[in-house]
Design a protein around this ligand. Structure first.
Ligand SMILES: Nc1ncnc2c1ncn2[C@@H]1O[C@H](COP(=O)(O)OP(=O)(O)OP(=O)(O)O)[C@@H](O)[C@H]1O
Length: 348
């Protein structure tokens, strides 16, 4: 974390920015008393486009970070049945929180180029599975394979060099003490060799893409909830456009349109589509995201933003299908969910 804060400080050289970033640094350091823990947090921040505040405020048990021993490094072992286009596979994943057995044998694959939606009743573990894919939570049982290699432990830089996985949290998870510009450009200030001016231009461009103009100097507290969400989205899609090679990347969106008005939802849904990797022959600029997963309850998001759906219920994937099948499926669970009926197998 010292390295993280240090290099950001070097780039953001205004006294105000320095003070704010120092505040971030001290917040992160306060809870961590070992170098390995600081280092692990740095990896999580880099990979997940989310602030250290969010990592704890999202309800991640502290054992996720503090309970990992120094020797518990990420180990990659060959998966038995490697398939070249599978970027992530969850195989028979289990996760409990105390007595609550949330995931009970979840299996699915995310292939290169896929736009997947995860739906299902509240509390079935949709956010939990995103955190497991992102490497923020470890399954109790079962395996996660990243490009055919089994992940052991939590997230690591080695893994990130092969496949970047970004998670856009349900709450915007912005650094409260940084401006919108500093929030959106955070990873570029940290990881790129771009100049401040280049980053500022790119931040403005990405903010415009999510329908925001002239908010660069505002603090998160000066934004509405919907604006915060869009800033978080801009932060998740910004990338160093001075580099030729683009790593394959998966973005995980946790309820990106919850709480947005219908038009803002459409903006976000179209944006999620637009950053998706396109063929070279496709019209328009190629996006950079190989695949993405969206957890959502919103019908418009299901219709506009994803191609394939996984229905999670009582700890398992109980239905899979393409988006068009969602409204026409005769599966009683899917029918009840699609119509919002009180009658059906799902009980509240
Ligand atoms: N860190 C945690 N500690 C204890 N319980 C947790 C933790 N994280 C999640 N849970 C519990 O696990 C269950 C599943 O949570 P999760 O957020 O994954 O559900 P979800 O399907 O995304 O719900 P929603 O649609 O309401 O957002 C909930 O009962 C939640 O309270």
């Amino acid at each position: 974390m010292a390295a993280l804060a240090g290099s950001v400080l070097a780039t953001l050289n205004s006294p105000v920015a320095t003070a704010r970033l120092s505040a971030v640094k001290s917040f992160v350091c306060r809870k961590s008393d070992t170098v390995s823990c600081l280092d692990r947090r740095r990896k999580v921040i880099s990979a997940c486009t989310a602030s250290p505040h969010s990592l704890t405020s999202e309800g991640l048990p502290s054992t996720n970070f503090n309970g990992v021993s120094g020797s518990e490094e990420l180990v990659l072992a060959e998966a038995p049945d490697e398939e070249s286009d599978v970027l992530v596979e969850c195989r028979d994943v289990y996760k409990s929180f105390g007595e609550k057995h949330i995931l009970r044998g979840v299996s699915f694959k995310i292939r290169h180029g896929e736009a997947i939606g995860i739906i299902g009743p509240s509390g079935t573990g949709k956010s939990t599975i995103l955190k497991i894919i992102a490497g923020l939570l470890a399954p109790d049982k079962g395996d996660v394979f990243i490009r055919g290699k089994k992940r052991v432990g939590l997230i690591s830089d080695e893994e990130m060099s092969g496949l970047r996985i970004g998670l856009v949290f349900q709450s915007a998870a912005l650094f409260d003490s940084l401006t919108v510009r500093e929030n959106v450009g955070f990873l570029l200030y940290e990881n790129s060799t771009m100049s401040e001016e280049q980053i500022a231009d790119l931040v403005t461009e990405n903010l415009a893409a999510v329908g925001l103009k002239g908010v660069e100097n505002r603090l998160p507290s000066e934004l509405s909830g919907g604006m915060k969400k869009r800033v978080a989205l801009a932060r998740s899609i910004i990338y160093d456009n001075t580099k030729d090679s683009i790593e394959p990347e998966i973005l995980l969106y946790d309820e990106p349109t919850a709480g947005l008005d219908p038009i803002a939802s459409t903006v976000v849904e179209d944006l999620i589509r637009s950053v998706h990797l396109k063929d070279e022959d496709s019209p328009g600029a190629p996006g950079k995201i190989s695949s993405y997963v969206v957890v959502t309850h919103q019908h418009s998001t299901i219709r506009r933003a994803v191609d394939r759906l996984l229905f999670l219920h009582e700890g398992k994937v109980v239905w899979e299908g393409v988006t068009e099948e969602f409204m026409t499926s005769s599966n009683p669970i899917v029918r009840q969910f699609a119509t919002g009926s009180l009658d059906g197998p799902i009980r509240y």
